[in-house]
Ligand binder design. Structure first.
Ligand SMILES: [Zn+2]
Length: 72
């Protein structure tokens, strides 16, 4: 993955990544929790958030909202 969001952080735990898979091209992506948190913030704002909600994200390859969270 080449999102350019893996930074060297000298202190604190490394950022958590979530497994996502595109339902269109079946490509797997690791999504930084900061992106998830921001998207959840928008869902809360729109009143779409619920317990256990995981946002659907845009696949960088397909440019469509087809990236879905994959449980381990
Ligand atoms: Zn895709």
């Amino acid at each position: 993955m080449e999102m350019g969001d893996k930074e060297d952080v000298p202190f604190g735990p490394p950022p958590k990544y979530y497994n996502y898979r595109c339902s269109r091209c079946m490509q797997q992506h690791e999504i930084n929790e900061a992106i998830i948190d921001a998207t959840i913030g928008w869902a809360e704002y729109d009143g779409e958030y619920y317990e256990g909600f995981m946002p659907i994200l845009e696949c960088p390859d397909c440019a469509k909202e087809t990236l879905e969270y994959v449980k381990d």
